[in-house]
Ligand binder design. Sequence first.
Ligand code: ADP
Ligand code: MG
Length: 422
Amino acid sequence: MYEYYFVVYITIFLVSKIAHAKKHLPMQLTDLVNVRGKLVWVRANMDIPVTHGRVASYDRLRLERNADTVQWLIRHGARVVLLGHRGRPRGRRNANLSLQPLVPVIKRIFPGTSIGWHGNVWYRHGHITTAAETFLDSILPGEVGVLENIRFIPEEKENDREFARSVAQHGDIYVQDAFSVCHRVSASTVGIPRYTQAVMGKGLARELVQLEKYLACPRHPYVAMVGGAKISTKLGLLQHILTQADQVLLGGALANTILQAQGVAIGRSLAEPKVLRTVKKLKLTNKKLHVPLDVVVAEKNSTYHHSRICAVGNVRKRERILDIGPETVALYSTILDNAKTIVWNGPMGFFEDARFAKGTRAIGRAVSTVHATTIIGGGETIAAVGAQRRLQDMTVVSVGGGALLAWLEGKQLPGIRALMKK
Ligand code: ADP
Ligand code: MG
């Protein structure tokens, strides 16, 4: 008898949970009934490095994440307009940050589709320009239009209401398909969806499903590795991840500030003294937390001549820490070898210079060869691992850096919350 009550109770509990979850899930692209002839804004991942006018093959990955969404819309006869940004142009036109070099890449991803390009700043004096309106009108069902960098328009970052409303009214539907910007509050993430039907794209949905799948209840030992430059943006994550992971491995410039907080002399290394006080609040003696044992240093001058490896306590006044040393690589590799789940964001050193890329490369090799679920994310982290041609060895490659960190912190991302309303 008791078993019977138990089964009934569990069933009611599960059904209510599922109903609850459904209610709080944004509408998906495939829930849309009829998109034929409709103008659909797609927020895409376009923040891609361009060198000498070219995009590296592993960097195309970000745009390819939007392929399913765009293809679905083309197939169903929508008039697609891609919205995206590159870099930080601070609300002004900047030829180096144009989206134009991406147009040939987009053409290659969608062969046989007509791709139009509008290279002017398309919102001025509180209005979408007439030229842009003509361009939008010219997009036929099944065709794609690309508008110039949305961050050339100051109203984007200001999350200007009129701008968002105007964009929304020029179209019929908004699709968020760029996980990498969902942690930001701007017109193209939270403004536009307020004024029109808004749904989640296939690329974004897949990324969220994957993160949930592997990280909602990670297999242990769970190792988090955090490097890169800006500790101030990663502090919240560090605090949170210490409660979740079994081991936390630090590297890159981020580790410098931690070392400094521990009273270690770091010479002229890149650090953020402003956050020292907050850093000290982290339990720095926590046994889970690992900082480099040895480092690669060089005197700070324009060429970084005469690099050397030294123990972390022996950095001289004029030197700069630029990579983790071989002993640290060995220790971290052993820890990674025993892990069942690994999350990695942020290179271990100034890897753009080959002399200081050894640590990051060795870690990239270790992460890609272990028998564990491996999740990496972040622009530079992807670039470093991509250059080694090891991206395909990772379980999940997240296009989000900041967004991945915010997600890991357990925060609901504003760009996703914006899709939930109505
Ligand atoms: P991601 O884009 O993967 O999230 P970040 O943007 O946080 O990573 O940081 C990447 C940058 O950090 C790289 O450009 C790298 O050169 C820099 N960096 C890492 N370690 C150091 C260091 N020790 N000194 C100077 N710069 C560093
Ligand atoms: Mg970065």
